[in-house]
Design a protein around this ligand. Structure first.
Ligand code: ADP
Ligand code: PLP
Ligand code: ZN
Length: 315
C-alpha cells in the first residue's frame, strides 16, 4: 500500500505531513509526501513564516512523477491543508486523472478549512471542496465546523449531525466521518459521527442505505493542533481500501483511531503540563504552542498496537 499525501510541511512540530507520515509508515504504508506549504511552524504560534505552493508548482511536481511513471502506484491519495485555491483546483485535476488510470485508488479528503468558527484558509476553498473535490472522494473527515461550512447549518445536536452525514454523502463520498462535535446539553464531552452508504448500483435500485455509528469521549481542556491530521492518517490506515470496506470495518477503524488519539493526547498533555504552565505564567505564546506539540514519536508503540473504544450504532 502506498499513499500520496498532499498536506502541509512544518520545520518544527507535528501538523500536516509531519503528523501523518510517520504513523502511516509505522502502520505499514509507503508515504510520498507532497508539501502544499512549507512553514516554520503551525499557524497557532504567535508568528509563522514560509511559502504556499502555487497550482503551477504543484503541476510541475506532478509532471515529474508522471514522466517517470510514478503516478500509477498509489493505493491511496490523502489530502489535508491546502493554502491556495489554484493548488486545490490542481489537486482536483490530479485526482480525476488518477481515478481514471486506476479506479481502485482510494481518495481520502480531509477538507481542512478551520476550527471553532474560524477559517484558516482562503474562503474560496469552500466551493471547490463542496462542489468538486468531495464529488471525486471516497472518504471525508470534516471537523464539526467544516461539516457546518459544507452543509450550511450548525452541528450541535445528534439529530443534526446525522442529517449532516446524509447531506455530505449527497456531495459524493461513500464514507463521512465528523471527527468531533460538542453537543448542546452535554458539555465536556465530544462525539464522533461516522457513516457509510452501502448498496447503491449504477443501474438504479436498490437505493443506497446509510449506516452509522457514534463514539463519545471526554473533551480534554486546552487546544492541540494537528489532531485532525493525525486522526486522518490513522483512519486511512485502519480503513484500508474503500473497495473492501464494510460497516463493521468502518466501526472498527473509528474505534481504533479514537483509542490511539486519546493515548497520544494523554501523553501530550502529561508532557506539556509543566512546560505549558510555566510558559503561560510568563505569557510566552510560542513556548505554550511548543509545549503542546503532539508527542507522536513518543507514542510509536501505541500507534502500532491499537486497542478499541466502544461505539454505538446510529438508529
Ligand atoms: P481537527 O483537529 O481537524 O479540528 P478534531 O478536533 O475533531 O479535528 O480532532 C480529531 C480527533 O482528535 C477527534 O476525533 C478526537 O479523537 C481527538 N481530539 C481532538 N481534540 C480533542 C480534545 N480536546 N479532547 C479529546 N480528543 C480530542
Ligand atoms: N497545517 C498547518 C500548517 C496548520 O497550521 C494547521 C492548523 O493550524 C493544520 C495543518 C491543521 O491542523 P488540524 O489537524 O488541527 O486541523
Ligand atoms: Zn483538521
Amino acid at each position: 500500500m502506498s499513499v500520496l499525501s498532499i498536506q502541509s510541511h512544518v520545520v518544527h512540530g507535528y501538523v500536516g505531513n509531519k503528523a501523518a507520515t510517520f504513523p502511516l509508515q509505522l502502520l505499514g504504508f509507503d508515504v510520498d509526501p507532497l508539501n502544499t506549504v512549507q512553514f516554520s511552524n503551525h499557524t497557532g504560534y504567535p508568528v509563522f513564516r514560509g511559502e504556499r505552493l502555487e497550482g503551477t508548482q504543484f503541476q510541475t511536481l506532478v509532471e515529474g512523477l508522471r514522466l517517470n511513471g510514478l503516478l500509477g502506484a498509489y493505493s491511496h491519495v490523502l489530502t489535508g491543508y491546502v493554502g491556495r485555491p489554484s493548488s486545490l483546483e490542481a489537486i482536483c485535476d490530479l485526482v480525476e486523472q488518477l481515478k481514471q488510470a486506476r479506479p481502485s485508488t482510494t481518495i481520502f479528503v480531509d477538507p481542512v478549512m478551520g476550527d471553532e468558527g474560524k477559517l484558516y484558509v482562503p474562503s474560496e476553498l469552500l466551493p471547490i471542496y463542496r462542489d468538486k473535490l468531495l464529488r471525486l472522494s471516497h472518504i471525508v473527515t470534516p471537523n464539526s465546523f467544516e461539516a457546518e461550512l459544507l452543509t450550511g447549518a450548525p452541528v450541535r445536536t445528534a439529530e443534526r449531525a446525522c442529517e449532516a452525514l446524509r447531506q455530505i454523502h449527497a456531495l459524493g463520498p461513500r464514507v463521512v466521518i465528523i471527527t468531533s462535535a460538542e453537543l448542546e446539553g452535554d458539555p465536556g464531552r465530544l462525539h464522533l459521527f461516522a457513516s457509510i452508504s452501502e448498496g447503491g448500483s449504477a443501474d438504479g435500485p436498490p437505493a443506497p442505505s446509510v449506516r452509522g455509528i457514534t463514539i463519545s469521549f471526554a473533551k480534554r481542556t486546552g487546544w492541540f493542533t494537528g489532531t485532525g491530521d493525525l486522526f486522518a492518517a490513522l483512519m486511512l490506515a485502519h480503513l484500508g481500501s474503500i473497495g473492501d470496506l464494510t460497516f463493521e470495518g468502518l466501526a472498527a477503524g473509528c474505534e481504533k483511531a479514537v483509542w490511539t488519539m486519546q493515548q497520544v493526547l494523554a501523553k501530550t498533555a502529561e508532557a506539556a503540563a509543566e512546560e505549558a504552565a510555566s510558559a503561560e505564567r510568563v505569557g510566552d505564546g510560542a513556548a505554550v504552542a511548543r509545549a503542546r506539540e503532539l508527542r507522536i514519536v513518543q507514542s510509536r508503540d501505541l500507534i502500532m498496537a491499537p486497542q478499541r473504544v466502544a461505539s454505538r450504532a446510529l438508529a
